[in-house]
Design a protein. Structure first.
Length: 177
């Protein structure tokens, strides 16, 4: 935190209740660190092929002011299991990402915000900003569109992926006769 900002530092617990309504417009700086489980991120949970207690994301949050604008820096690190689109078996997706939210007063200011830095995004500040939803959005955007194991690492069984696999269209050919 910037000790010269003149704003009191407020601890921000990393849980759904406190992250669901963060007063970005309050003259304070926030800092917090903790773990967000997949059970607290319902849209991410729906993307999982399986869940384990260790799946989720460690989150570190620090805010400060740059001039009149509140800025929040978020560091995410964690994992979840997705389905491989080749073999449909679980695929471990690991994420380590930093995001910087610059809070502006209006939608127009957000629309005019430069898009040249993917790690920085403009958000409209409010007295009840849903930071948990913004974090979940960032993780969803980081998930590959079609997650796949690296080539050669899929868990296809020999019956399914072997060279003696029977062509399913042979049955159709025999019906045509």
């Amino acid at each position: 935190m910037n000790s010269h900002s003149g704003h009191p530092i407020i601890p921000l617990p990393i849980n759904p209740k406190s992250l669901g309504k963060v007063d970005i417009l309050a003259p304070v700086t926030y800092q917090g660190e903790g773990f967000i489980g997949l059970q607290d991120l319902p849209r991410l949970h729906d993307e999982c092929s399986k869940t384990q207690p260790t799946d989720g994301f460690h989150c570190a949050i620090q805010s400060h002011y740059e001039g009149e604008k509140p800025v929040m820096e978020i560091s995410l690190q964690g994992r979840m299991h997705l389905s491989c689109q080749r073999c449909l078996q679980p695929l471990l997706f690991e994420l380590a990402q930093k995001k910087r939210f610059v809070f502006v007063k209006t939608e127009e200011e957000a629309d005019e915000f430069p898009l040249d830095n993917e790690d920085e995004e403009a958000m409209v500040a409010s007295h009840s900003f849903d930071l948990l939803e913004a974090i979940e959005d960032e993780i969803l955007l980081a998930i590959p569109y079609a997650p796949k194991h690296p080539t050669g690492e899929c868990q296809l069984s020999h019956e399914e992926g072997g060279s003696d696999r029977q062509n399913p269209f042979k049955v159709l050919k025999s019906l045509k006769k």
